[in-house]
Design a protein around this ligand. Structure first.
Ligand code: CMP
Length: 154
């Protein structure tokens, strides 16, 4: 059965600074996922602390908040069959040195502290994160003429 999902993806400040926005979007588009919301913004410390609330108290937490607030980032919502798993597969493991060849983090990054992307890790997190990052009217439902060639079942 087709399990259509939505997931939040951030191209973190290092991805923007390094000119990798097009490359990252292109990989997700080519996978067959659909971009349904996108904006460019620099987040406040308070916003970042809410987004990364699950990591409060961890040794890397303060550095993580500093990194994510240091410059503008791209926030997006992607939709498609098993989008949460598919995006995380394409993105690769949190530590780029442990990510599989062919994944974005493997091919384009070296360090966990500069790992280019954030992607929601579960259905519950995705719902929470999408609601936090986007208003309802910033998310667009649209359809593709060739949808069956991507998500069709035989
Ligand atoms: P992300 O997928 O956004 O989820 C949490 C983030 O915390 C992670 O990517 C990294 O940017 C960061 N992170 C996790 N572990 C570490 C670590 N050991 N050192 C530095 N940053 C980390």
């Amino acid at each position: 059965m087709i399990n259509n999902q939505r997931t939040l993806v951030l191209i973190k400040p290092d991805g923007v600074q390094r000119g990798l926005v097009g490359e990252i979007i292109s990989r997700l588009e080519k996978r067959g996922l659909m971009l349904i919301a996108m904006n460019f913004r620099q987040v406040t410390k308070e916003f970042a602390e809410t987004h990364y609330g699950a990591h409060i108290g961890k040794p890397f937490y303060n550095g993580l908040v500093k990194y994510i607030t240091s410059a503008p980032l791209i926030a997006m919502v992607w939709e498609g069959t098993e989008a949460i798993k598919a995006v995380r597969q394409t993105v690769g493991a949190t530590n780029p040195l442990e990510s599989a060849p062919g994944t974005i983090r493997h091919d384009l990054a070296l360090l966990t502290s500069r790992n280019l992307i954030h992607a929601s890790d579960s259905v519950e997190t995705a719902e929470k994160e999408i609601q936090m990052w986007f208003k309802k009217d910033e998310i667009f439902e649209w359809s593709r003429l060739h949808e069956d060639w991507i998500s069709g079942l035989n």
